[in-house]
Write a protein that binds this ligand. Structure first.
Ligand code: NAD
Length: 465
């Protein structure tokens, strides 16, 4: 069991948020962050910070979320190290100006796109992957040559404190600020002018961030949540599919933005799936998940009580036990849930998997498209026609066939939402372009003056051209 506090600590380091934002902004104005060498040095520093302090970060993640060290490696530290390595391998190529062709009327001339840093970037993060979701965007922001202000979540206080203590030691403090605190600190930062705001969190706070950004016409990336569906049919090996579903759902005790929120299946497939889910859970966590070191906890007692309330009146086919004081919710499956049940009205964000019965794949598509566009959609099917149907007729941030969550581990794929699940994307090159301005540069010699054809007076001879 983790010894986590369920409330933010009082002693958080809260320097004057506005002063920190201005300090970092003036470092950017000095030109400090633009050279390639500076960017590479920062990325290497970030990598060293992660490697040298793996145990510190693992302990913090265990304290905040009861995360097993292996899960901390796979889903947090390792993902950021992977992003750093991928970026270091490709950054020089990404920075190269890209030539584009010239329309005949403007020839001779040369045109290219040049990438420049946006300036000072604010990164606001959530508590559920408090290392990955602060530092993966940081990789892109630094690679693109920006100065950065980070505001980690107050609900993962040990990780927030660790990042605040470690980052300034390994990175250039002049161009970096870590401001700890909750909504107040975020509000103070949001009243400052930034050149980009990168927010990961709830749709509710995403709206607040977008409104504050609009005051300064600051562009935003919003990485939000929502209900990510999983469709499954009987064309697949159901036992493997059950293990993958259970893994994706129960990572971080279900508190994962790309977790399958609910399953859509025919009654027959659902009935066949449930015992296989039970077997998968026994394989992962033994007879009593509460005693398994591999099973996480809810972040706070309030979040645990929300799960208890969502489950009230439901008949769980698996699990269902909740202990609010221990922040424990058993891995739970509800088979044949009502389409309008409370569990189906909001993002679950916990280890509860409802199964909605549908008549077929087309019914599942109608169910999905009648709701907000999800962050992820998973389709467990080996039937090509079914795969094509979901690809063509649904819209989601990402689409995974036969595997949940793993698409975010592919740096070459853009990661982000669409519609209510967010706007903009990052990872790999997409992080670099998110935090860069693509400047259009046209260069044309003065002689001979081929522009003369465009100058007034607009004679009949010119009109004929
Ligand atoms: P949250 O929106 O409550 O908090 C996110 C950040 O906003 C925190 O730093 C918090 O301090 C700050 N904040 C809170 N209230 C604020 C206010 N009134 N004004 C300004 N800032 C404020 O989100 P959370 O509970 O930390 O995270 C869970 C949500 O995040 C879920 O909806 C989940 O799906 C989503 N999420 C999305 C992704 C993604 O990549 N798309 C990843 C992880 C989590």
């Amino acid at each position: 069991m983790s010894e986590a506090t369920t409330q933010p600590t009082e002693e958080m380091n809260t320097p004057d948020a506005a002063a920190e934002a201005r300090r970092v902004r003036s470092a950017f104005a000095s030109g400090l962050t633009k050279p390639y060498a500076w960017r590479v040095e920062q990325l290497r520093g970030l990598r060293r910070m992660l490697i040298d302090n793996q145990d510190v970060l693992e302990r913090a993640l265990h304290s905040d979320l009861g995360k097993h060290p292996t899960e901390a490696q796979v889903s947090e530290i390792g993902i950021v190290v992977g992003e750093v390595d991928y970026t270091l391998r490709h950054l020089r190529g990404w920075l190269r100006p890209r030539r584009v062709s010239i329309p005949l009327v403007l020839a001779p001339a040369s045109a290219r796109t040049v990438f420049e840093p946006l300036g000072t970037v604010l990164i606001l993060g959530p508590w559920n992957y408090p290392v990955q979701l602060m530092l993966a965007p940081l990789v892109g922001a630094l690679a693109a040559g920006n100065a950065v202000v980070l505001k980690p979540s107050e609900l993962a206080p040990a990780t927030s404190a660790a990042l605040a203590a470690l980052l300034p030691v390994y990175l250039d403090e002049r161009a970096l600020a870590v401001v700890e605190g909750g909504a107040d600190a975020a509000t103070a930062l949001l009243s400052e002018r930034f050149d980009h705001i990168f927010f990961t969190g709830s749709t509710r706070v995403g709206r607040i961030v977008a409104k504050a950004a609009a005051e300064h016409l600051t562009p935003v990336t919003l990485e939000l949540g929502g209900k990510s569906p999983a469709f499954i049919d009987d064309s697949v090996d159901l036992a493997t599919a059950a293990r993958r579903l259970a893994w994706g759902k129960l990572l971080n005790a279900g508190q994962t933005c790309v977790a399958p929120d609910y399953v859509l299946a025919t009654r027959a497939t659902a009935d066949a799936l449930v015992p296989l889910l039970r077997e998968a859970l026994a394989e992962f966590y033994g007879d009593d998940p509460a005693r398994s070191p591999d099973y996480g906890r809810m972040v706070t007692t309030d979040h645990t009580a929300r799960m208890r309330d969502l489950l009230a009146g439901e008949n769980a086919a698996i699990g269902g036990e909740v202990s609010v004081d221990d922040r424990y919710v058993a891995p739970t499956v509800v088979n044949g849930i009502d389409r309008d049940a409370p569990l189906m009205r909001e993002e679950i964000f916990g280890p509860v998997l409802p199964i909605v019965h549908v008549s077929d794949a087309a019914d599942a598509v109608s169910f999905i498209t009648a709701r907000e566009k999800p962050l992820s959609l998973y389709v467990f099917s080996d039937d090509d026609a079914v795969r094509r149907l979901f690809t063509r007729d649904t819209s989601s941030g990402g689409l995974g066939f036969n595997v949940p969550a793993a698409h975010l581990g592919v740096p070459g794929l853009p990661f982000g939402g669409v519609g209510a699940s967010g706007m903009g994307a990052y990872h790999g090159e997409r992080s670099f372009t998110t935090f860069s301005h693509a400047k259009a540069v046209l260069s044309k010699s003065l002689g001979p003056d081929t522009m003369a054809l465009l100058y007034p007076p607009f004679t009949a001879a010119k009109n004929a051209i």
